[in-house]
Unconditional design. Structure first.
Length: 122
């Protein structure tokens, strides 16, 4: 059996696969698409879409990209609900992330404190 199939079967049923499946289903339903319609948009089988949504199998990176493109979202949005829709397409956010990555642990902790305080004031 090819390594690819083995890796996908290891992913099946994992917490990450379940989260991915739940988010895939949620994004599909938000667009009022059936599994068949999503399958047609991606050239995947309906069975594969169903298996992904129920975490019965894992997805390759190319499949994740196909699904994200069909749903009009960033692929990362299929792994976490913490990303506001379209946030990853904002250039300012990418620039900020690059800046934050260059900070020391102490500097980052200080910035995090300021952000947390600002969010509490909302």
């Amino acid at each position: 059996m090819p390594k690819y199939s083995t890796e996908r079967s290891k992913f099946a049923g994992s917490p990450l696969a379940k989260r991915f499946g739940n988010l895939l289903s949620a994004h599909r339903r938000k667009l009022k698409l059936t599994q068949r319609e999503l399958a047609e948009r991606t050239n995947l089988s309906v069975d594969m879409v169903a298996k992904l949504e129920t975490a019965a199998t894992g997805a390759s990176l190319s499949t994740v990209q196909l699904l994200a493109d069909a749903l009009g979202i960033d692929p990362a949005e299929l792994f976490t609900a913490e990303i506001p829709r379209g946030a990853l397409h904002r250039a300012e956010l990418s620039d900020l992330m690059a800046t934050l990555a260059r900070l020391s642990e102490q500097e980052f902790a200080g910035v995090r404190g300021v952000i947390d305080a600002a969010l509490r004031m909302r």
